[in-house]
Design a binder for this molecule. Sequence first.
Ligand SMILES: *Cc1c(COP(=O)(O)O)cnc(C)c1O
Length: 446
Amino acid sequence: MHEFDETTRALGDEVLRYTKERLALDPVPLDFPRTKAELDTVAAGAISAGGIGGLAAMRLFEEDLAPACLSIDHPRYLSFIPCAPTREAAMFDLIVGASSIYAGSWLEGAGAVYAENQALDWIASLVGLPASAGGVFVPGGTIGNLSALVAARATARARTGRRPYRVAATAGAHSSIQSACDVMDAELVPVDVEDWRLTGDNLRAVLEAEGTEDFFAVVATAGTTNFGIIDDLASVADVCEEYGLWLHIDGAYGGAGLAAPSVRSRYAGIERCDSFIVDPHKWLFAPFDCCALLYRDPNLARAAHTQHASYLDVLNDAEDWNPTDYSIGLTRRARGLPFWFSLVANGTAAYTAAIERTLEVTRYAETQVAQRPYVEAVRAADLTVLVFRRLGWEPADYYAWSDTLLESQQGFVVPTSHAGETLARFAIVNPKTSEADIDAILDSMA
Ligand SMILES: *Cc1c(COP(=O)(O)O)cnc(C)c1O
């Protein structure tokens, strides 16, 4: 099975045919999950001693398994945070897989690491970090946040000789911050919000009440997942600077808006962070899984994350930039390459235009919600998440409506909740989501 022969060539043609057809679909089918019992009827026992051959395995995937996976790039998939990869990024993902690149070290993956670093530099320039900033692409925001907080804690320990164990953040911070604290056996200290945002004043109040000695980081969010809210980054940065605390900014979803002039001013102060993440697999049109993690001073991260083992000496003794030194994890796929390729191919102006388009459609949705008597916005949208209520609906009504939308293949829009209330929510990161899509979904709630 390691030979390239006639059979392999035919399979290669088939893989390219499938890929081209999938990428040409417009729109893609939304599709629908199946139960395990249903999938058992078509795919149980697929793994056998003899194998069924690549073409038959492809058919099994294409006909039976792929249709049981929702297409996250469907224009009416507005749940959670969707993902709409560019054609270029999606295609290049195939090439990354075919290229057998180890992207953990410069020695092994120099060309790929160089390219990934170019993409990271572009993001760092959007944030306004100095040229000396750097980092690594990790699988997702969860690992990115954890890696940044591990670096923050190691830095505080090295500086103070103490073992600080507390992190300050608001309840709007992503669940992965709590999860990172759990993994690190740290304590998440909640800070109240002011007009839904973390502010320097509220942060200061908590630090003064609790004392700062046990804190090693403050986490601010640039685009909360549930509402798309950007914290008051400038005042938070002031307080972090005053108390010498590491400021981590979680822009997993919202960081992409830095490339959009119409909202850029909302991020004022972001350039003062010590670490930052954004998921290109959310609003920067890269396929899963891809999170950009950046540090103002990468040396601090390297001190925290470099793994030491005798067989790694050859890498650690060199002066090279080894991506693996900046996060949890050792072996790594060059997961930033599809994003890099698309940036190089399309140019950054196309990214700005695509992000602005999603903002435009969100503003349209907001206007429609304001105009229609049966719905009302819960809060103005900072970015491209819009949360609204359907007047007169009980939670069960939201769920039934959402189920019907999916069953009829009209859309995938699951409810959310806030302060105990079930609500409707749009997350718009797909430039192909149109005003007509918004109208159709709102019509279905009338
Ligand atoms: C999605 C998200 C995360 C987690 O990112 P994953 O890539 O899903 O691990 C963290 N923070 C915010 C604000 C997010 O929106």
